[in-house]
Design a protein around this ligand. Structure first.
Ligand code: IMP
Ligand code: MG
Length: 180
């Protein structure tokens, strides 16, 4: 096997495991959203890789839009302030909206995004997250679909970054400063 990137201590979820889980999640969403008007909303930047793969496993007509929020971080911890950096282009009112997130950590980002979109009165609103770190939750937030629960460690790869790096890794690894 190829050597890990500098800064990645170990692989947490392999490329094959990600693919299998997303395929199963896509099947479930295909059944649950049949006959609905599905709009996938990706929360940038981290969720764009997940959304690209997930949407191809949902065998239904669907539309997509993007929203960019910045949850101010101090190293690896969010500070509690969430700002909408780029808003959706679409009016969500006639849609069954599925928010696609990369990771649920303190819950602050998702809680803010959920409230914001709920206020715009979509037909329905649900969340699908790739990763969940339940041990880190500060703000309770509803999440209907979770691909993987992970321990309290800092994950990188498959869209997730540390200081904007590692997003292009095909697997999810644990960030360990100065490893390798
Ligand atoms: P929350 O508001 O604390 O739930 O943080 C959510 C956001 O923080 C995610 O959308 C990520 O951008 C980032 N984040 C939280 N934990 C991690 C991690 O382990 N690796 C990479 N980014 C993370
Ligand atoms: Mg993010």
């Amino acid at each position: 096997m190829a050597a890990l990137e500098h800064g990645v201590g170990r692989v947490l979820i392999s490329e094959e495991e990600i693919k299998a889980r997303i395929s199963a999640m896509g099947q479930r969403l295909t059944a649950e959203y049949a006959g609905k008007r599905l709009l996938l909303v990706s929360v940038l930047k981290g969720a764009f890789v997940f959304m690209a793969d997930l949407m191809r496993e949902i065998k239904l007509p669907c539309e997509i839009d993007f929203m960019c929020v910045s949850s101010y971080r101090d190293g690896t911890d969010s500070t509690g302030t969430v700002e909408v950096v780029k808003d959706l282009a679409m009016d969500v009112r006639e849609y069954d909206v599925l928010i696609v997130e990369d990771i649920l950590d303190s819950g602050r980002t998702l809680s803010a995004v959920r409230k914001l979109l709920e206020g715009r009165e979509p037909r329905s609103l649900a969340v699908c997250t790739l990763l969940d770190k339940p041990a880190r939750r500060v703000v309770p937030v509803e999440c209907e679909y979770t691909c993987f629960e992970i321990p309290d460690e800092f994950a990188v790869g498959y869209g997730l970054d540390y200081a904007e790096m590692y997003r292009n890794l095909p697997y999810i690894g644990i960030y360990v400063p100065d490893s390798n």
